[in-house]
Design a protein around this ligand. Structure first.
Ligand code: C5P
Length: 283
C-alpha cells in the first residue's frame, strides 16, 4: 500500500496562442504548486476500484484521470493484477487548480512505486493523461510551455502567500478554450510589476489570457474579481481556465485574514502557502 499527497497548482500568469491543427493551444506561464492537497492511496486488491475514503463514489469512476494513470502504469509494467485506489478530495474540482491532474500525477508515482516503473518512464506517460500532468509530476515552481509538456524547473519563489477564492461555479477547460477561440483570442488584463511580489517582478506583466473567455461563460467571475480587488486593494488573477481567483499577500497570516471578510458562497476561500513539490509520499 502506498499513500501520496497530491498538491494543487496555480498559474502565475497564462498566455495562450492560436490552436494548432490538433486543437490544442500553445501556452506559456509559470506554474506553482500550492499547499492544498488530495490524498491518494493505492493498494493491491481482488478487483479494480476507485472510491472515496468511506467507499464513496468518485467522479467518472474508473474513467477518472487518477485511475487512467494507474492503468497506464500497469499496462507499461506488463502486469494485470487488480488495484484499488482511494481518493480523498480536498482540491475543488473544475476550478483551474489542477486537482484532477495532481491526482493523476500522484497515481503515476504511487503505481510506479508499487509496480517498479521508474520516474523517467512515468514522465513519458504523463502528457497523454492531460496537459497539466507533466507539471504536476515535477511540481514546485516551473516555466511551462508547449501544451503543458515542456516543463523547466525554476528556483523556488518566496516572500509571498496567496489568498485563493473559488467562486461558486464549475468550468470545463475545453469550453473555456473554445470560447477563447470564438472571442478571437483575447488577452487578459496586464498586472504590472509594481503590483506583484518582488520575486515575480521580472515576469511582469502577468496576465491570464483565458480570463475574458471564462468571464464570458460565467459573468459572475468578474463580479467576484472586482469585489475581491476592491476589498483587498490589489489586482486579482485567475488560475488556469478558472474560476479560481487569487491575490498576493506577504504571508499566510495576511492571506488568511484577507479571506475572512469575503461574502459567503465561495467553494473555497483560504490563505495558502506555496509548495516546493507537487506530490509527497506519506509515511
Ligand atoms: O489536456 P487536457 O485533457 O487537460 O485538456 C482538456 C482540453 O482543454 C483539451 O481537449 C483542449 O480542448 C483544451 N486544451 C487546449 N490547449 C491546451 C490545454 C487544453 O486547447 N494547452
Amino acid at each position: 500500500m502506498i499513500e501520496v499527497a497530491a498538491y494543487a497548482k496555480v498559474n502565475l500568469g497564462l498566455r495562450v496562442g492560436s490552436a494548432a491543427p490538433d486543437g490544442y493551444h500553445p501556452v506559456w506561464g509559470i506554474f506553482q504548486s500550492i499547499d492544498l492537497s488530495d490524498r491518494l492511496v493505492l493498494a493491491a486488491a481482488d478487483e479494480d476500484s476507485i472510491t472515496g475514503p468511506h467507499g464513496g463514489e468518485i467522479p467518472a469512476g474508473l474513467d477518472n484521470l487518477a485511475w487512467q494513470a494507474v492503468r497506464a502504469v500497469r499496462h507499461h509494467a506488463g502486469v494485470t493484477s487488480a488495484l484499488a485506489v482511494t481518493l480523498e478530495k480536498q482540491i475543488p474540482v473544475a476550478a483551474g487548480l489542477g486537482g484532477g491532474s495532481a491526482d493523476a500525477a500522484a497515481a503515476l508515482i504511487a503505481a510506479g512505486r508499487l509496480l517498479g516503473v521508474d520516474r523517467d518512464e512515468l514522465t513519458g506517460l504523463a502528457p497523454a493523461l492531460g496537459s497539466d500532468v507533466p507539471f504536476c509530476i515535477v511540481g514546485g515552481t516551473a516555466r511551462v510551455s508547449g501544451h503543458g509538456e515542456v516543463v523547466t524547473t525554476l528556483d523556488a519563489l518566496d516572500g509571498f502567500s496567496l489568498a485563493v477564492v473559488v467562486p461558486p461555479i464549475e468550468l470545463a477547460t475545453p469550453a473555456v478554450f473554445r470560447r477563447w477561440d470564438e472571442l478571437d483570442e483575447p488577452t487578459g488584463l496586464d498586472i504590472p510589476g509594481r503590483d506583484l511580489p518582488p520575486a515575480l517582478r521580472e515576469e511582469a506583466p502577468l496576465r491570464n489570457d483565458l480570463y475574458p473567455a471564462a468571464a464570458a461563460i460565467a459573468p459572475v467571475i468578474d463580479d467576484w474579481r472586482a469585489d475581491l480587488a476592491a476589498a483587498w486593494g490589489r489586482p486579482v488573477l485567475m488560475s488556469g481556465s478558472g474560476p479560481s481567483l487569487y491575490g498576493f499577500f506577504v504571508d499566510k497570516e495576511e492571506a488568511t485574514a484577507a479571506v475572512a471578510g469575503i461574502p459567503p458562497g465561495a467553494r473555497c476561500a483560504e490563505g495558502i502557502d506555496l509548495m516546493s513539490v507537487g506530490w509527497r509520499v506519506v509515511d
